[in-house]
Design a protein. Structure first.
Length: 349
């Protein structure tokens, strides 16, 4: 197990095949809670785990082919952190048994568990990809009334659409970008994770009125950001279109962005410029005209795009491309393909 900033990585490959399952059981008992584990692949159990530590909240992404997990009353008496666990299924399928009954789980489902209550889970996945994500945090941090959260224990929540989908995509992005974060990001990442979770659960329980104004506002802002990122190539995406899609007024939308000292139009423009910058630095797009890249991300006027780019990055799009993706020399110039170069510039916004 190795530490890299806020991230813990673990693989059963560090020991011989007969020892792998026992090592995995020991590690997960420390990182999560002690459970009784069983696997069809016990003789050569291959698993990976990445844990993002966000203070009292942890986001763990695991990979394995089969795992049966049992939380018994005896284990609860021995140790219980009084925590919630939210599991996001990424593998093929799963099944869960709780006091509330049996639940079949499929790819994209979210399910809430309470470490103080017994449960029996069985997850099958394809080895090689991530099997599921687990978010664990003390119950006191849940931004929802206890009664609301408890009513959703063991219920399959759709993580493929709506607020459940927004929360699931956030978890996926946390795992993908885990190595980019610093300790200064912990409060924000933990807060957004809890706010999005609370919004997804409240929507499922039809109790959104139970959310605090701050939680609703933060979740809405994250939902809007996701909406914008997915539609940056759409020339029809305007502040009014964003407001209409989220059933709020244009003034409300402007107030949300004003809290971050920006405006909806400025945010859209900055994100489109950033996508252009990434494409200009991509060697595989070297032959694509700069005008075509700009047009793809919503800049129809080449001169206007060039002015905006220079104002944000301190040089013209052409100069940036030439520095980021230099001409690759052939053998006659003394190199086989030459070497690449990356240039990273911060926005002047």
């Amino acid at each position: 197990m190795g530490w890299d900033m806020l991230v813990t990585e673990f693989s059963t490959e560090v020991v011989a095949a007969p020892e792998r399952f026992e090592l995995f059981s020991e590690v997960t008992a420390q990182s999560h809670v002690p459970n009784r584990l069983r696997s069809n692949d016990r003789d050569d159990f291959r698993a990976n785990m990445r844990v993002l530590h966000l203070g009292e909240l942890e986001v763990s992404t695991l990979s394995f082919s089969h795992l049966e997990i049992v939380r018994t009353a005896k284990l609860i008496r021995q140790y219980d952190p009084d925590a919630y666990q939210i599991n996001y299924i990424l593998g093929e399928e799963g099944a869960l048994s709780t006091a509330g009954g049996d639940t079949a789980l499929q790819v994209g489902d979210l399910v809430v568990l309470d470490t103080s209550r017994p449960y029996h889970g069985d997850v099958h996945a394809v080895l090689g990809g991530w099997s599921h994500v687990t978010v664990q945090f003390p119950r006191k941090l849940m931004p929802l009334p206890e009664k609301t959260a408890q009513s959703l224990l063991g219920v399959a929540i759709n993580g493929r659409r709506g607020m459940g989908g927004v929360f699931a995509r956030w978890l996926t992005d946390l795992n993908r970008r885990a190595d980019e974060f610093t300790p200064a990001d912990i409060p924000t990442l933990a807060s957004v994770t809890l706010d999005l979770l609370a919004s997804a659960l409240a929507r499922c329980a039809d109790t959104e009125a139970a959310l605090s104004p701050e939680t609703r506002r933060n979740a809405l802002r994250t939902q809007i950001n996701t909406f914008v990122e997915q539609r940056l190539t759409d020339p029809a995406m305007t502040p009014q279109a964003i407001a209409d899609a989220h059933h709020i007024s244009l003034r409300h939308l402007q107030q949300l962005f004003a809290e971050s000292d920006t405006s909806p139009a400025a945010w859209i423009r900055r994100r489109r410029l950033e996508r252009c910058r990434v494409d200009l630095a991509n060697p595989s797009l070297k032959s694509r005209p700069i005008q075509a890249i700009a047009a793809r991300w919503g800049f129809a006027d080449p001169a206007h795009f060039s002015r905006l780019f220079r104002a944000n990055y301190g040089m013209t799009p052409r100069d940036y491309r030439n520095l980021a993706v230099p001409f690759r020399r052939g053998p006659e110039a003394g190199g086989v393909g030459g070497t690449g170069m990356r240039l990273s510039l911060g926005s002047r916004d």
